[in-house]
Design a protein around this ligand. Sequence first.
Ligand SMILES: NC(=O)c1ccc[n+]([C@@H]2O[C@H](COP(=O)([O-])OP(=O)(O)OC[C@H]3O[C@@H](n4cnc5c(N)ncnc54)[C@H](OP(=O)(O)O)[C@@H]3O)[C@@H](O)[C@H]2O)c1
Length: 233
Amino acid sequence: MDLKGKVAIVTGVSKGIGLETVKSLLSEGMTVVGWGRTAPNLTDSDFHFIKTDVSDWENVQASYNETVNQFGKASVLINNAGLGYTGLLHEMPIEEWQTMFNTNVNGVYHGAKVAIPGMIELEEGHIVNIASIAGITGIENMAGYCGTKFAVRGISHALFKEVRNYGIKVSCIYPGSTNTNFFDEIEGYNANENMMRPEDVASSIIHVLKTHPNYHIVDVEMRPLWPKGRPNK
Ligand SMILES: NC(=O)c1ccc[n+]([C@@H]2O[C@H](COP(=O)([O-])OP(=O)(O)OC[C@H]3O[C@@H](n4cnc5c(N)ncnc54)[C@H](OP(=O)(O)O)[C@@H]3O)[C@@H](O)[C@H]2O)c1
């Protein structure tokens, strides 16, 4: 898709992968509307923030209407907002389990549901869902988080077959450990320099978006080459 001058929605834009993706989309000449709970520290005449909790369907509908009224229908939706809690499944508080599913799974559903009719009218669109390596393999102490990201993978694979004939692509991204604030509240994990840089994940998202209309990248898995540091250095 030619991105210049078109509207992109990115969810979860205060920091991390979402914020780097916003910056990359702005460099491509897009109008970017960020939906999130917290505004980023970013000033750009083509960036607009709308306070949104992606787990709240009515809130997402209101944000979409505001987006369309002010900037027009979105050609691109990056479903990035997400969070993780760790712990043994039988010990995890119900609230943490529900918050993860409400955000990581329902958030993707809400975004796609609200944006697809406009993309059908535009006769083009691209939804990029940020899953995780945790959507490809089970990880001990992360049963709930893995469940949400396996769900994002399944939704993405089914959805692309539903909307492909409208000219809409759905791609799913599976980052390994990325150096963001994601780990701040996660016991036993600390973000560090051996993790991937969020701007590199963002650059892959741009590559996925800029492909020929008849070329659909379905899945992208990325990992740090040296997750424990470069050997012999
Ligand atoms: N970092 C990794 O290693 C890694 C690896 C694989 C996949 N991922 C995925 O990548 C995505 C981005 O994570 P990140 O690493 O960039 O983490 P991050 O730095 O913690 O950023 C997460 C973003 O999501 C927002 N958010 C959380 N719940 C929300 C809600 N209900 N409504 C709207 N926004 C909400 C946060 O807003 P607030 O500032 O208000 O909290 C924040 O802007 C997530 O889906 C995550 O699961 C991360």
